[in-house]
Design a protein around this ligand. Structure first.
Ligand code: ZN
Length: 44
């Protein structure tokens, strides 16, 4: 699983990114989900 925003990679056990709380997506099906949500400016 990968975070579409910060590109962090997690194991399948994770559903949300621990950094920004974005829902993780499957790396293999990443292209199918192209949703560019307006993320606020990165803090860190
Ligand atoms: Zn993230």
């Amino acid at each position: 699983m990968i975070c579409p925003q910060c590109k962090n990679v997690y194991s399948d056990d994770y559903v949300f990114c621990l950094n920004d709380g974005n829902p993780l997506i499957d790396e293999s099906s990443e292209q199918e989900t192209v949703v560019n949500r307006c993320g606020d400016a990165a803090k860190a």
